[in-house]
Design a protein. Structure first.
Length: 389
């Protein structure tokens, strides 16, 4: 969903934004690999690699101890996931309101929430992946429509308009857009554990991050060359006719609705691991019966999670700015800082010196992005509240 904002990022960062897109893909691919490496230990006798941990929390527990690790990582993960779910509902409400306009944004957001209620019945990642395939189809349609239109105007491209210098007031926001477009680390331990051939996990990350980085850079650059200084915050606003805009907006709505199940399922799974595994692991009983089906009360709780995301989507003002503020911490920590920190702590004796230097450098850059993002998001949020009053 961040893809449509990348051309606007090029407007403020020029060639540096394009470089940042590629570098972010490389770094997040690397941190994803080392995060999953922390799930494994090597048997000193047989030399066999064994999966001794299964979640992000179990890795943190190994480093920070059982008392605080679960609380810190669970909280960060849940905030990141539920905020993402809320963002999808807000985007649906905003796009439908701009397309049809005969109801309020809150009403359209409620309509969008109605369509994602069936997510409460999802039981495994395979079912989620089928919906994600529909998300990929909608994604391709949007890309073909927008890039295809831009290519038809190739004779009018503004080749000399790409900035060489950085706009210091807006470039940090561009970095935030880029970084958060690659945040997938919450899902990686479950994804790797669900793979039939886990040895192909690293190859999968290489292909996905490599293609994502390449396409994002091309998409951002082509769209910017087409509209230059007139590039809007969301590139679909630059489309020439209202009918074309409405078509692409509806595809974006479909993409947002089909994107919702993945963070929702991960959030529900997170809550189940923390509170609903049955005694003695947790106080509350398991959400699943002996036949593998969800209990009625568990489905009710999952529906309430959808309703909870809807309530926050409707009542929180300036949600996008608040998302940027919170995401500046949770996204950067989960995708940059913590994977390297855990890697250094768990594998310190086995790592070469240059890997240690690389991990430390990524930690420092992640903390810098975190601080800059918090400062600029806070300033924007304060300014927005002042405008309201």
């Amino acid at each position: 969903m961040f893809l449509v904002a990348l051309p606007f990022a090029v407007l403020h960062g020029g060639y540096w934004t394009l470089l940042a897109i590629i570098v972010a893909a490389i770094i997040t691919c690397y941190t994803g690999i080392i995060l999953v490496e922390c799930l494994y230990e090597t048997n000193p006798i047989t030399g066999q690699r064994m999966r001794v941990r299964d979640t992000y929390v179990s890795i943190a527990r190994e480093v920070w101890g059982a008392r605080f690790a679960a609380r810190i990582v669970h909280t960060a993960q849940f905030i990141e996931l539920i905020m993402t779910c809320i963002l999808y509902l807000v985007l649906c409400g905003d796009m439908m309101y701009n397309t049809f306009g005969f109801m309020s944004e809150s009403a359209w957001t409620s309509v969008a929430a109605f369509f994602v209620v069936p997510c409460a019945f999802l039981r495994d990642l395979k079912a989620v992946s089928r919906l994600s395939f529909g998300n990929a189809v909608a994604h391709v349609v949007i890309n073909v429509a927008v890039v295809g239109f831009c290519v038809t105007l190739i004779s009018n491209w503004h080749w000399s308009a790409t900035p060489v210098l950085i706009n210091i007031h807006h470039f940090p926001v561009s970095i935030g857009i880029i970084v958060f477009s690659y945040t997938s680390h919450i899902f990686l331990p479950s994804l790797e554990g669900s793979m039939t051939h886990r040895k192909n996990f690293r190859k999968m990350l290489y292909w996905t991050h490599g293609l994502a980085g390449l396409f994002k850079a091309l998409f951002a650059y082509i769209c910017f060359l087409t509209f230059a200084s007139a590039t809007e915050e969301v590139i679909t606003d630059n489309l020439p006719t209202q009918g074309f805009k409405d078509l692409v907006s509806l595809c974006l709505v479909a993409k947002a609705l089909l994107s919702y199940p993945l963070p929702y399922f991960a959030a529900a799974e997170l809550l189940e691991r923390a509170f609903f595994q049955g005694r003695p692991e947790t106080v509350w009983p398991s959400c699943y019966a002996f036949d593998g089906m969800l209990h009625t009360w568990a489905v009710t709780l999952r529906v309430f999670l959808v309703v909870f995301s809807l309530i926050l989507a409707v009542i929180i003002p300036h949600f996008a700015l608040l998302m940027g503020l919170i995401g500046s911490f949770t996204g950067t920590m989960l995708s940059f800082v913590w994977p390297c920190w855990f890697h250094l702590k768990i594998r310190w004796d086995d790592l070469r010196w240059y890997i240690k230097v690389l991990d430390i450098a990524i930690i420092c850059s992640g903390l810098l992005c975190c601080c800059v993002g918090i400062v600029f998001s806070s300033a924007s949020l304060i300014a927005a509240y002042h405008e309201d009053t």
